[in-house]
Design a protein around this ligand. Structure first.
Ligand SMILES: C[S@@+](CC[C@H](N)C(=O)[O-])C[C@H]1O[C@@H](n2cnc3c(N)ncnc32)[C@H](O)[C@@H]1O
Length: 352
């Protein structure tokens, strides 16, 4: 989809008033910027002191959005999958996930010691299935806690946005090092022109698309392009990257607001197979047909129905510019004789 940065993007068109507001925003001084950077960890720790475990809702949507989190066996070496959640907070994604997939082992880190204490005192925390530790991913190598190339899936939910743009690539490289080749980062974060971004008043803008809240915590609002750029610079291949819109209701003020997020999947390249755009590999209809027949034989009825709808749409749209990548065909090759295949979801089949 075409992006017009001055007027918005396909998920959010800016009004004249919003454009004017953004144009007139002034950035904070270098002194203030440095201060907020230095105090980032303290600000988040105080955030959890004030809000304890009550601020974020449990992320029960996580396995719906990322069905790969439900896989019981690692595709790489047939062992139980190992997950790393970075910036886990108090475990709002972690605990629903442990409940839904009892084959998972999850390493979870956050730079707020208080958040990690809350995780460890949660009734669902057990050392047999989870290891939570304090780590600032912009400074401390994850490889001092986890073996290199040992993690199947890394989860980043609203965490990269809390890191200053200068430190995003080092943070992603840190994760890259512990991921297995072929392993993925599953990502959701704030999207450009999200409702919260457009509501900041004077004195909150740190730099382009980067803001500080009243409590000193910071939030970056990602365009698809910026997200792809930092992920590629850290060595990842972009398998999925798109804006999503969600309506949320503010019960206190009885208003409903439209939130914009970016959601993505970034893959550590596998030396044997380099993902390429689908158009460069086996022809899309061939892959779709093979997917369908494979899927029918391996999955339960409900999932089959959803995926068939997605695949049918894909058939309609594949001629248009579709962002869909080759790992599907690689996976197909790898698993035609085994039991799992990851198929595109409804949202992957965006109309042109
Ligand atoms: C918006 S919260 C999201 C928490 C959790 N992922 C969730 O979805 O509920 C951002 C989290 O990132 C953590 N964080 C920010 N910068 C970090 C860093 N450099 N290293 C590790 N964690 C960080 C914060 O402490 C905070 O818990």
């Amino acid at each position: 989809m075409e992006e017009d940065p001055g007027r918005g993007h396909y998920a959010k068109k800016l009004t004249e008033k919003e454009i004017k507001k953004l144009e007139h925003e002034q950035q904070l001084s270098d002194y203030q910027r440095t201060k907020f950077e230095r105090e980032a960890k303290k600000s988040w720790d105080l955030f959890y002191k004030r809000n304890t475990t009550h601020f974020f809702k449990d992320r029960h949507w996580i396995t719906r959005e990322f069905p790969e989190l439900l896989q019981a066996i690692s595709e790489v070496d047939d062992s139980h999958p190992v997950l790393l959640e970075v910036g886990c907070g108090v475990g709002n994604a972690l605990f629903p996930l442990l409940e839904e997939n009892d084959a998972l082992f999850v390493h979870a880190c956050d730079f707020s010691p208080r958040a990690i204490e809350f995780v460890k005192s949660h009734p669902g925390y057990t050392e047999a299935r989870c290891s939570a530790f304090v780590c600032d991913i912009t400074e401390e190598p994850l490889s001092s806690r986890l073996r290199e190339n040992s993690v199947d899936i890394a989860l980043m939910i609203f965490v990269l946005s809390a890191i200053s743009p200068n430190n995003m690539i080092p943070a992603l490289k840190n994760i890259f090092q512990v991921l297995k080749p072929g392993g993925s980062v599953l990502f959701r974060d704030y999207g450009l022109y999200d409702h919260a971004m457009l509501r900041f008043g004077r004195g909150h803008k740190i730099s382009e698309n980067f803001y500080v809240r009243q409590d000193g915590t910071r939030a970056y609002y990602f365009s698809e392009e910026k997200l792809a750029e930092v992920c590629k610079s850290a060595g990842f291949q972009v398998a999925e990257n798109r804006y999503i819109q969600r309506e949320t209701v503010n019960h206190k003020d009885s208003i409903s607001v439209e939130r914009i997020f970016v959601q993505g999947r970034f893959v550590k390249p596998n030396s044997e197979c380099t993902p390429k755009p689908l158009s460069d590999c086996t022809s899309p209809p061939t892959i779709i047909t093979r997917c369908l027949s494979l899927y029918r034989t391996t999955h339960n009825q409900t999932i089959i129905h959803t995926r068939i709808v997605a695949l049918t749409k894909m058939k309609q749209y594949y001629r248009a510019k579709m962002v869909f990548y080759c790992p599907l065909s690689i996976k197909l090759e790898r698993c035609e004789s085994s039991s799992s295949v990851c198929l595109p979801r409804d949202e992957d089949c965006r109309p042109p």
